[in-house]
Design a protein around this ligand. Structure first.
Ligand code: URP
Ligand code: ZN
Ligand code: ZN
Length: 469
């Protein structure tokens, strides 16, 4: 057989195996995994490198409407470029329905931003903020049928949160059409109460973002989200879990027999609330929700990474520029933490952090890294085995990693649209050196090799179908 490309001499890592082999690629797909493949137009030397499925980040926010005078730092071009440099080949951004907007219009608008502008493949989750009968009974089933098979709801954020009754209605609709529900779990009334108390005291600095969104507010909402899903008898994904109490709620739900999936993110492994407690306004660089917690919470999240509580590891990339009136230094945001845009950049740094903190420090093995960073996302969200796998027939989406390469994460080596990284100065061991999308090198040794538009939109199967694959 003559291949378009052979990846030669590397160590292939999947979620279930690690072995030496060459990979032969034809027409963007893996055509052979064997020893000593020779005949190809292009041979890529992977000696001393790990050959893993390209990263899939199933929690990113790109060009998401974020309030008056606030603009996200990344569009689809910059976010997917940054993701490719970080070892990703597929992103699942959220398509937010604004109140009063139909879900179909939200999807059409979002395609207008994404189509033709991506370096990685993309596929949208839906966010429902306006669960009207048309949204739940017409648009959602039609969109799920068209391959938009996951839907997120918020229990907090003014203008986006749903009541418990609305969540139940949305869960029922999701169950009926086979969409996987995802929940942002924080108790909004508790947060509002604590913010009022903070305002009365004149507590306006960024650090009060963390203290007004305490662990019990996340724990209670996680419990409630799982209970609501149990009432409807539908699986649920708890996103961006930040601490041990919420993890305990997930374990308790599973012990009762519920299907509860869970995700954590780098900010809960390597940041704490102390990062928000800096002189001046610098703490705003770390304002995200749920906020980074404490070292005990970090340890609990690491334990969940190790022991299998977490199914997926995502960045929750939600970038705003720091030194910008449309970003963290929004005129209202500098008056009080309450109006600092929520979210931090991280799509390029997430996998090096997981690899370094997880694999290089001996907490997890390579297979678990691949499961958390790629395969489980593909299975959970209906992309498997086209994505997230190294097997004959799968897309040749690959990330070649040098496990011995040291890097210091710094803003000036990154490719996102933000003007800072919250991970500045963190040293990582292990770094992606080549990212390959459907057989084509996207990035190699710090150089972008493809034009924007190479990334395609992916229609997805239902989650349950994929998990059975
Ligand atoms: O602070 C965050 N995480 N912003 C993004 C929106 C969300 O809650 O996922
Ligand atoms: Zn969220
Ligand atoms: Zn998010």
């Amino acid at each position: 057989m003559t291949f378009d490309t052979i990846i030669k001499g590397g160590t292939v890592v999947t979620s279930h195996d690690t072995y030496k082999a060459d990979i032969g690629i034809i027409d963007g797909r893996i055509a052979a995994i064997e020893q000593d493949l020779t005949d190809a137009t292009d041979i890529i030397d992977a000696t001393d490198l790990l050959v893993m499925p390209g990263g899939i980040d199933s929690h990113v926010h790109i060009s998401q409407p974020s309030g008056d005078g606030v603009t996200m730092a990344d569009d689809f071009e910059s976010a997917t470029r940054s993701a490719a440099f970080g070892g990703h080949t597929t992103l699942l951004p959220f398509c937010l329905q604004s109140r009063g907007q139909t879900l179909r219009d939200a999807v059409a608008w979002y395609h207008g931003l994404a189509d033709g502008n991506c370096y990685t493949d993309v596929s949208f989750h839906l966010i429902i903020t306006d669960p009207t009968p048309q949204t739940l009974n017409q648009d959602l089933p039609a969109l799920v049928n068209d391959g938009y098979t996951s839907v997120k709801v918020f229990m907090t954020y003014e203008g986006m949160k749903l009541s418990d009754k609305e969540i139940l209605q949305t869960l029922e609709a999701a169950k009926d059409c086979g969409a996987l529900p995802m929940v942002h779990a924080e108790n909004d009334d508790a947060i509002e109460y604590l913010r009022d108390v903070a305002a009365d005291r004149g507590d306006i600095a960024p650090k009060f973002h963390a203290s007004t969104r305490p662990i019990p507010a996340e724990r209670e909402a996680t419990h409630r989200a799982i209970a609501l899903a149990q009432i409807i008898d539908v699986p649920i994904m708890i996103v961006h879990v930040s601490n041990g109490d919420a993890i305990d709620e997930i374990k308790a739900g599973r012990a009762r027999g519920s299907t509860v999936y869970a995700e954590t993110c780098p900010q809960y492994l390597v940041l704490t609330a102390d990062d928000l407690d800096t002189a001046g306004f610098d703490g705003a660089k770390y304002v995200c929700s749920p906020p980074p917690r404490d070292t005990a919470s970090q340890a609990a999240c690491f334990a969940g990474i190790e022991d299998g509580v977490f199914d997926v590891f995502s960045s929750d990339h939600c970038p705003f520029r720091y030194d910008d009136r449309e970003g963290k230094k929004h005129p209202e945001g500098i008056k009080t933490f309450k109006y600092v845009p929520n979210g931090i950049p991280g799509v390029e740094t997430s996998l090096p952090i997981l690899f370094s903190e997880g694999v290089s420090k001996g907490r997890i093995d390579l297979q678990r890294f691949v499961a958390l960073s790629s395969t489980n996302h593909a299975k959970m969200y209906g992309l498997y085995p086209k994505k997230g796998e190294i097997a004959v027939g799968s897309d040749a989406d690959l990330a070649l990693w040098d496990p011995n390469r040291r890097e210091v994460l710094r803003q000036d080596i990154l490719h996102h649209g933000a003007d800072y990284t919250p991970y500045e100065g963190i040293e990582v061991m292990g770094f992606p050196v080549r990212t390959i999308l459907r057989g084509k090198t996207l990035v190699a040794d710090g150089v972008l090799h493809q034009p924007k538009g190479i990334g395609q939109y992916l229609s997805r199967a239902k989650s349950g179908e994929a998990l059975e694959a």
